[in-house]
Design a protein around this ligand. Structure first.
Ligand code: ADP
Ligand code: MG
Length: 556
């Protein structure tokens, strides 16, 4: 059968163009990417083989093998993992399926310098091979199938796929190096790259040299090693591998739970927001292993949605290796691990908030809106812990809404006679600060929380109270400030105000009611204004004004 010529999806062509022309200096990461894929392929096979041992057959020792041919100027990375069939080849190496890479392409500017920085930040997976290779060949055979396929491309817009021969399952990737890349034809250089980026890979990475095989990595799962043996760089590289992200982790949480159930957790809080954070499916991507064997990265019972930004691994000692998806959904072991994960992560965040206010504020900027979803969805202790962790902008301090306050801070500053936590919702803190609704509160020195996340419209009414104090929106009627004591106003001024209210104001209100008729529900004199003459408020039982606006935008 002759080779079939196919075109890359337009986004891939664009990506390849940038990859090839990029000034990105760390071209060596191509090897990390190929090894990472080979390791994933072995993980997938090992999982399938749990229920179908025949897939492993005689070839049960999973490994990655790297070899060099100086004369031909080629590097080969081979694995005996899951392999790909024809359709998978075309889908995986001809289109962009990964959200991170798609986002990368979206952010490309066409400016080689800027785009090179982005490559370092996002990683471009398989396509990074074209940074060093003028031609790439992928020979692959899917486990359990007989047909083998050869994919070839020079990265210039199209690729070919042809039926081929391969004795055993797995994938062999051959890179024909560009001029000037001779550096990578030295085995020592490649081994150095493996140790630098891929030492945490749990599968042996072997070098074939003069007919002999030598293992270049430690080939033990990073999370099983003792903390004292693990360097910060090891954690960072492992984070890159499990998360397919290339920022620095903001927090690394590595622990071993022993007792009724046993498991090891190695979780990371990313340093920046993952691209799919607000995708509607709100999935977590934490990988579940059972005694070092990868099971799934789609166990939604393991981590609550409000912690879906976590990346990393949970390795259970208690689950059976042949655990099915249905078993996971109702497993008490998974439930217990979920509780343990929540307790551990929220506990660490609480410590961080105490010890490192600045670092915590940066975390809150990235993930606060996600954590707040838990205020709505969870109850009991979990909700209480989240209330402790929540931070808000407020009118306190410089009055600019800079800096974050906790609910405990707020309650500690409440004025004499104040029994309510006041808040205002809207899209942006500086616009809220200019709102006439706040004038009376500012004048009386009463703090108001500025809530700017859409989720705030939901959890505040759901919770209703904190520390026995009701939440109340300042845009509602009945946000009564008269009980709050004013600190230092001369007596005669107060008398003037009282006279005003009963006399002139009364007739003005009557006049306004007449003029506005059905346009408004009611007209009231209020203490909430000092400079502005009037403002709109929602009635006590009615929908909050910002929520009404939000829903109208979404045509509800
Ligand atoms: P990612 O690894 O983030 O999914 P890549 O660009 O690195 O993105 O790889 C794209 C896809 O190609 C992988 O998800 C996988 O399905 C497939 N793939 C790449 N290398 C291999 C391999 N050695 N064995 C099997 N599948 C592979
Ligand atoms: Mg990859």
């Amino acid at each position: 059968m002759s080779a079939e010529k196919l075109s890359f999806q337009a986004e891939v062509s664009r990506l390849l163009d940038i990859v090839v022309n990029s000034l990105y200096s760390e071209k060596e990461i191509f090897l990390r990417e190929l090894i990472s894929n080979a390791s994933d392929a072995c993980d997938k096979l090992r999982y399938l083989a749990l229920t179908e041992p025949a897939l492993l057959g005689e070839d049960a020792e999973l490994a990655i093998t790297i070899s060099l041919d100086k004369a031909a100027r080629t590097i080969t990375v081979a694995d005996n993992g899951i392999g790909m069939n024809r359709d998978e080849l075309v889908a995986n190496l001809g289109t962009i399926a990964r959200s991170g890479t798609a986002a990368f392409v979206g952010e490309m500017s066409g400016d080689a310098k800027k785009d090179s920085n982005l490559i370092g930040q996002f990683g471009v997976g398989f396509y990074s091979a074209f940074m060093v290779a003028r031609e790439v060949e992928v020979l692959t055979r899917k486990a359990g199938e007989d047909a083998a396929w050869l994919w070839t491309s020079d990265g210039q817009g199209d690729y070919t796929v042809a039926a081929s021969e391969k004795a055993a399952r797995g994938t062999i990737i051959t890179l024909r190096l560009r001029d000037g890349m001779d550096d990578y034809l030295e085995a020592d250089r490649l081994k150095q790259i493996v140790r630098r980026y891929s030492d945490h890979i749990a599968i042996p990475i072997k070098f074939l040299e003069d007919g002999k095989l030598e293992t270049a990595n430690r080939a033990s799962a990073l999370w099983t090693r003792s903390k004292s043996e693990i360097k910060p760089e090891d954690y960072k590289e492992f984070y890159h591998h499990v998360s397919h992200a290339f920022d620095d982790p903001a927090e690394t949480i590595h622990w071993r739970a022993e007792g009724i159930i046993e498991y090891t957790g190695l979780l990371f809080i990313p340093g920046s927001r993952p691209f799919d954070l607000f995708h509607p499916e709100r999935k977590n991507r934490v990988k579940l292993y059972v005694r070092r064997v990868f099971i799934t990265d789609d166990c939604q019972e393991l981590v609550p949605e409000y912690l879906r930004f976590l990346r990393g691994v949970i390795d259970s000692e208690d689950l059976p290796l042949n655990v099915s998806r249905e078993m996971l959904q109702s497993s008490p072991v998974v439930q217990k691990m979920r509780q343990g994960i929540v307790k551990r992560v929220l506990g660490d965040l609480e410590k961080k908030a105490e010890k490192d206010a600045e670092g915590y504020a940066a975390f809150w900027e990235n993930f606060g809106p996600v954590l707040k979803e838990g205020l709505y969805s969870e109850h009991g202790n979990e909700r209480d812990s989240l209330l402790k962790l929540a931070r808000f902008r407020s009118t306190h301090g410089d009055g600019q809404g800079d800096g974050l306050v906790s609910l405990a801070d707020y309650v500690g500053r409440m004025k004499e006679g104040q029994d309510t936590i006041f808040y205002i919702t809207g899209e942006d803190a500086s616009a809220l600060l200019a709102s006439p609704q706040l004038e009376g509160f500012k004048a009386k020195g009463v703090e108001v929380l500025l809530l700017t996340d859409p989720i705030d419209e939901f959890w505040v009414p759901a919770i209703g109270q904190f520390d026995g104090k009701n939440f109340k929106s300042v845009t509602r009627g009945g946000s009564d400030l008269s009980k709050v004591k004013v600190e230092d106003k001369p007596e005669d001024e107060k008398q003037d105000e009282a006279a005003d209210k009963d006399g002139d104001i009364g007739s003005l209100v009557a006049l306004l009611k007449l003029a506005l008729k059905d346009e408004v529900k009611d007209v009231r004199a209020s203490e909430r204004l000092t400079d502005s003459a009037v403002c709109l408020v929602a009635d006590d039982g009615d929908m909050d004004m910002h929520l009404e606006r939000l829903l109208r935008q979404h045509k509800q």
